[in-house]
Design a protein around this ligand. Structure first.
Ligand code: 0L1
Ligand code: MG
Length: 245
């Protein structure tokens, strides 16, 4: 089985796989090709692209991985979580509070991105590495769509003039499990938005109206238990909730 099939099957069956780089070299550009090919398989099953997610947007995660730039993954409509999430067949899900942007115009060049944003929301991302023990190298995690599994969004708001220091908190079953600020996202989530536009231009992907940009996490990701209720709140942005089964 090749890496594309292996990653796709792991997500479908909930069975973790060994790291791709355990059995050979994988460059970053080849890893992005694997990522795109896995998404093509999802599109062949009827899913459609609805946005992108930015990863390694905190200095702590960059240092941990020994990298100095962000990565990205692609979001499909099947990844959008409404109010309930079944953890079957996820492998070892984690959840993190995010800032999300909504585009209302296409982004044909990185210079367009500021004017293309129509809204901002508090959100969350469910991460689920397809690799055993949530252990990977940089090319592995890029090939694995930056561990993207699902995401949820609160209500959209007009973009405030300054979103560089919004408080975010995440509760599980009424207990605060993580708290941070949007400053953890590259110092200002607008930087992550600009990075998304740059990576899109490099990849030859036009960011579309209606697409969501998950800008990055305000705190570390927390293991997501079954039969729990999660509430993520962003200052001035309201909240978003999900119940797991
Ligand atoms: O969204 C993120 O920043 C995560 C990127 C992938 C690494 C991980 O799974 O923690
Ligand atoms: Mg994330």
């Amino acid at each position: 089985m090749n890496a594309v099939e292996a990653l796709d099957n792991a997500a479908l069956t909930g069975k973790a796989i060994p790291r791709i780089t355990d059995s050979g070299e994988l460059s970053v550009s080849d890893a992005y090709e694997v990522q795109r090919a896995v998404i093509e398989r999802r599109k062949d099953r009827g899913e459609r692209l609805i946005g992108v997610k930015m990863g390694f947007t905190s200095r702590a995660k960059m240092v941990q991985m020994g990298v100095d730039d962000v990565i990205w993954g692609l979001l499909t409509d099947a990844m959008l979580i409404e109010s309930e999430l079944s953890l079957d067949p996820l492998i070892h899900p984690r959840i993190e509070p995010e800032i999300a942007f909504l585009l209302d115009r296409p982004v044909r060049s990185p210079a367009d991105v500021g004017a293309a944003v129509g809204g901002v929301a508090v959100g969350y991302e469910v991460l689920d590495s397809r690799f055993a023990d949530f252990s990977f190298s940089l090319p592995d995690v890029i090939a694995d769509n930056a561990s993207a599994s699902g995401f949820g969004l609160g209500p959209w708001h007009p973009v405030p003039r300054n979103i560089a220091n919004l408080g975010l908190s995440m509760e599980i079953d009424g207990r605060i499990v993580a708290a941070g600020t949007s400053a953890a996202i590259l110092g200002d989530p607008m930087r992550s938005l600009n990075a998304a536009a740059r990576l899109a231009a490099e990849a030859g992907i036009e960011l579309q109206p209606g697409w969501v940009i998950l800008a990055g996490a305000a705190t570390a990701a927390i293991p997501l238990p079954a039969k729990s209720h999660v509430r993520v709140t962003g200052a001035g942005l309201g909240h978003v909730e999900v119940t797991t089964r």
